[in-house]
Design a protein around this ligand. Structure first.
Ligand code: SF4
Length: 696
C-alpha cells in the first residue's frame, strides 16, 4: 500500500509527513516535497504514530453510574442517550445556556465548524469557547485592531530569510517547532540578525545576535522604549506613516515618556541593548517582528502586541517584502479553530456573532432564522469559572481539550468541573479531565479521519486519512451528528463526512474576513495548501497580506497608543519572585498525547522548576532537590533544575504535566480586558525547599 501524504498531529507548523504501512502498523516517513518543513520533523512528529496503537487507547464509551463511582464500558446507544438526556434536563431546568461546549485548538476546521454549529443550532446555547482562547487570542485581537485582519503570519515562512533583522518576542521555536529554524538559519546565512526578547536564555536565544532579557510582563515598556530611541535617532519612516497608517501622533506623544534609562529601570534591559536593538531594526532595509506567547499570555497581552505593531509601523517595516509583524500560532489549528465558530463571539469566516449581516448569512447557510441564533457567550475562563453556578453551564461537552491541566488556576477549574450536573468528554485517552466525566466518548485520531487544518501562515492544509479508526471508535463529527439527531435537530446536520462539512464551511465563510470559498480538497492536495482569503476557485489564494492595503475599510493600518501598565500581580514580601510558564521540546500542550509516548516521556518524565544558581544558594538548594512553589492560587511541587539561563528573580515551570507539578495550579486567571486571555506568563511566587510529597 502507498504512503499517505498528511501532516503532524501537533503544533501549528503542521509539518508535512508521510504515513506508510509496515508490518500492520503506520510508520512516519519524511515528506521532503512539502514546502514548509521540507522533510524536517521534531521528535514529537517522528513518534506521533506510536499513539495509534497505544494500549491506553479508548475503544468503547465509558459511563459512570454515580458520582464517585467508577467509569464502566457502555454501548454507544446508552452513552449518547445519557448525554442527550443530560443536556435536555439542564436546559429544561436552567435555560438554554445551561448546556455548554468547550472545544480545542487541535480540532480540524471541519470539527471546529461543526462544534460551533452544534452549540448554536443543536443546543441553542451561547456557551461555547475553546482552549485557543488561552493560546493567541491577544495577538489575534491586536491584529484585528491594527490591521483589520487577524492571520497569524500575514506572509509565508519563505519570507523570514528576507528580513535583515528579526525581533522575536517571547518565543522559543528551537524547542517548540524545531523545523522552522531552517528559515532562521537561512536568514542568518544571508547576513541577517536575530534579536530575541525573553526572560529566559533559551536555545533560540543562543542563536541570536542580541538578547533582551526583560523582566516578565514589561513588554510594552520595552516596545515603547525601542520606539522612543527610533524617534530620537531619526529612524522613523515618515513617508510610510503618512501613506499607509493612521493614529501616529498619539503614539508619538506616548512613547516620548519612555526614555531609555526609565525603560531600563522597568524592564531590566540595559540602555545600550535597547539602543542597539532599535538601531538594528531601524537601520535595516527589511525587518520583521515575530511574536510568541511571552508578550501575549498576559492581562495586557493585547496592549503588548499593539506596542510592538506600533514599532513595526513606525519603522515602515510592514506590508512590504521581508517585513511585517506576525504571531507564531502554537496549537495545531489555533488559527482555523477561531476562524470558524468555536470562539464565543464568532461565526464562521471570522464573522462577528453580534453583526446582523453576519448572522443572516450564516443562518441562511444553516437553513434557520437568524433570530434563533444565540448571541455572544462568555470567554473560556469566564465560562469555566461559572460552571455549576446560577446562570452558568450545568451540562458540559469537552471536545479535544484537557482543562484540568491547561486552564489557569487549575484546582479551582477542577472544582468547578466537579460541580457540574453532567460532564461528557470526547477524547482518545482518559485524560485528567475525562477522569472527572460522567460519560467518556472514544474518538478517532488524526490519521484515522480526513480534514483540513490552517497552519501558522494561514495556509489551509489537507490531513488525509491513512487508516480506519479501531472498531468501537467514532469520529468527533459522527458523535456531533448522532447527538444532534437525539436532540431532534438532525435535519440541520446532514453529514459527518469531512469533505461535505468543508463544502458547507466554504459557503458559511464566503464573503467573511477568513474567506475559504474557493478552497477545495482537490486544490489543497494539488497546490500543497491554499492561503486564505481565497474567495473563488479561480483565485490563487493570498500568501501575502497587506502589500497593497491593510484590512481596515480605509486600507490603512492603525496605530494605538499604549502606555505601559504593570502586570496584575507584582512580587511583594509574601511572594517575592516572578513565575513564568512555557513548553519543553519533548511535550505538547497538556501532554495527554506526548506523556504517553515512551521516548518523549523518558526524555522529560516530570515537571521541574528552573532556578538560577544565585537564588538556589539563598535557599541552600542543590540540583534535583524537591521544592514547593506557591502563589495565591496554590502550591506545586517539583524538582529544582539549576540553570543560569533564567533570571535570578524568576522561576520557570513547564505546563505539560499532571500531578503535584501541575504548573497551572499556580497561574493567575487575571484576564486581558479585550482578548480575555489569562495571565499565564507572569505572577508572583514564593519558593521553599520541600521533602517529596507522598506519591510524587
Ligand atoms: Fe509536529 Fe510541530 Fe514538531 Fe512539526 S514542529 S513535527 S508540526 S510538533
Amino acid at each position: 500500500m502507498a504512503a499517505t501524504a498528511t501532516h503532524c498531529p501537533y503544533c501549528a507548523l503542521q509539518c508535512g509527513m508521510n504515513l506508510a504501512p509496515k508490518d500492520g502498523l503506520l510508520t512516519v516517513l519524511p515528506r521532503p516535497d512539502f514546502p514548509t518543513n521540507k522533510g524536517g520533523l521534531c521528535q514529537k512528529g517522528w513518534t506521533s504514530a506510536d499513539l495509534l496503537t497505544h494500549p491506553d487507547r479508548l475503544t468503547t464509551p465509558l459511563v459512570r453510574d454515580e458520582r464517585g463511582g467508577r467509569l464502566r464500558p457502555a454501548t454507544w446507544d446508552e452513552a449518547l442517550a445519557r448525554v442527550a438526556d443530560a443536556f435536555q434536563q439542564a436546559q429544561t431546568r436552567h435555560g438554554k445556556d445551561a448546556a455548554g461546549v468547550f472545544g480545542g485548538g487541535g480540532l480540524t476546521n471541519e470539527k471546529a465548524y461543526l462544534l460551533g454549529k452544534f452549540a448554536r443550532v443543536a443546543l441553542g446555547t451561547s456557551a461555547i469557547d475553546y482552549n485557543g482562547r488561552f493560546c493567541m487570542s491577544s495577538a489575534a485581537a491586536a491584529g484585528m485592531k491594527a490591521f483589520g485582519v487577524d492571520r497569524g503570519l500575514p506572509f509565508p515562512l519563505e519570507d523570514i530569510p528576507l528580513a535583515d533583522t528579526i525581533l522575536l518576542l517571547g518565543g522559543n521555536p528551537s524547542e517548540t517547532m524545531p523545523p522552522i529554524m531552517q528559515y532562521f538559519e537561512a536568514q542568518k546565512k544571508r547576513g541577517g540578525r536575530l534579536i530575541v526578547a525573553d526572560p529566559r536564555n533559551t536555545p533560540t536565544v543562543q542563536t541570536a545576535t542580541l538578547h533582551l532579557q526583560l523582566l516578565p510582563g514589561t513588554d510594552a515598556a520595552l516596545a515603547n522604549g525601542l520606539l522612543h530611541v527610533a524617534l530620537a535617532d531619526n529612524l522613523i519612516d515618515e513617508a510610510f506613516i503618512a501613506a499607509r497608517t493612521t493614529g501616529w501622533e498619539a503614539v508619538k506623544r506616548t512613547v516620548g515618556a519612555y526614555w531609555p534609562d526609565r525603560v531600563e529601570r522597568i524592564t531590566g534591559v540595559p540602555v545600550a541593548d535597547i539602543k542597539a536593538a532599535a538601531h538594528l531594526m531601524g537601520a535595516s532595509g527589511t525587518a520583521m517582528i515575530l511574536s510568541g506567547r511571552g508578550p501575549e499570555q498576559q492581562s495586557r497581552g493585547v496592549d503588548n502586541s499593539l506596542a510592538f505593531i506600533n514599532l513595526a509601523l513606525a519603522l515602515g517595516k510592514a506590508g512590504k517584502p521581508g517585513c511585517g509583524w506576525g504571531t507564531m500560532t502554537g496549537q495545531g489549528n489555533g488559527q482555523g479553530g477561531r476562524e470558524h465558530g468555536q470562539k464565543a463571539d464568532q461565526l464562521p469566516g471570522y464573522r462577528k456573532i453580534d453583526d446582523p449581516a453576519a448572522r443572516a448569512h450564516v443562518a441562511n447557510v444553516w437553513g434557520m432564522n437568524p433570530d434563533d441564533l444565540p448571541g455572544p457567550g462568555k470567554s473560556a475562563y469566564e465560562m469555566l469559572d461559572a460552571l455549576g453556578t446560577d446562570g452558568g453551564v450545568r451540562a458540559l461537552l469537552v471536545m479535544g481539550s484537557n482543562l484540568v491541566i491547561s486552564a489557569p488556576r487549575a484546582a479551582h477549574v477542577e472544582d468547578r468541573l466537579k460541580s457540574l450536573d453532567f460532564l461528557v468528554v470526547a477524547d482518545i485517552f482518559v485524560s485528567e479531565t475525562a477522569e472527572l466525566a460522567d460519560v467518556v466518548l472514544p474518538t478517532a485520531q488524526w490519521a484515522e479521519e480526513g480534514g483540513t487544518m490552517t497552519n501558522l501562515e494561514g495556509r489551509v492544509l489537507l490531513r488525509k486519512q491513512a487508516q480506519e479508526p479501531p472498531p468501537g471508535v467514532r469520529t468527533d463529527a459522527e458523535i456531533l451528528v448522532a447527538l444532534a439527531e437525539r436532540l431532534d435537530r438532525g435535519r440541520y446536520f446532514p453529514t459527518s463526512e469531512p469533505e461535505a462539512i468543508f463544502d458547507e464551511l466554504r459557503r458559511a465563510s464566503a464573503g467573511g474576513v477568513a474567506d475559504y470559498g474557493g478552497i477545495t480538497y482537490k486544490r489543497i492536495a494539488a497546490e500543497n495548501g491554499v492561503f486564505w482569503p481565497c474567495p473563488d476557485e479561480t483565485h490563487p489564494g493570498t500568501p501575502r497580506l497587506f502589500h497593497e492595503r491593510f484590512g481596515h475599510p480605509d486600507g490603512r493600518a492603525k496605530f494605538h497608543a499604549v502606555p505601559f501598565r504593570p502586570v496584575a500581580e507584582e512580587p511583594d514580601d509574601d511572594f517575592p519572585l516572578y513565575l513564568t510558564t512555557g513548553r519543553v521540546i519533548n511535550h505538547y500542550q497538556s501532554g495527554t498525547q506526548t506523556r504517553r509516548v515512551k521516548s518523549l516521556r523518558d526524555a522529560q518524565p516530570e515537571a521541574f522548576v528552573e532556578i538560577h544558581p544565585t537564588l538556589a544558594r539563598h535557599f541552600a538548594l542543590a540540583e534535583g532537590e524537591m521544592v514547593h512553589v506557591t502563589t495565591r492560587r496554590g502550591t506545586a511541587h517539583a524538582r529544582a533544575r539549576l540553570t543560569t539561563t533564567i533570571r535570578p528573580d524568576t522561576l520557570f515551570i513547564p505546563f505539560h504535566f499532571a500531578g503535584p507539578g501541575r504548573a497551572n495550579l499556580l497561574t493567575n486567571p487575571a484576564l486581558d480586558p479585550v482578548s480575555r486571555m489569562p495571565e499565564f506568563k507572569v505572577c508572583a511566587a514564593r519558593l521553599e525547599k520541600s521533602p517529596a510529597p507522598a506519591g510524587a
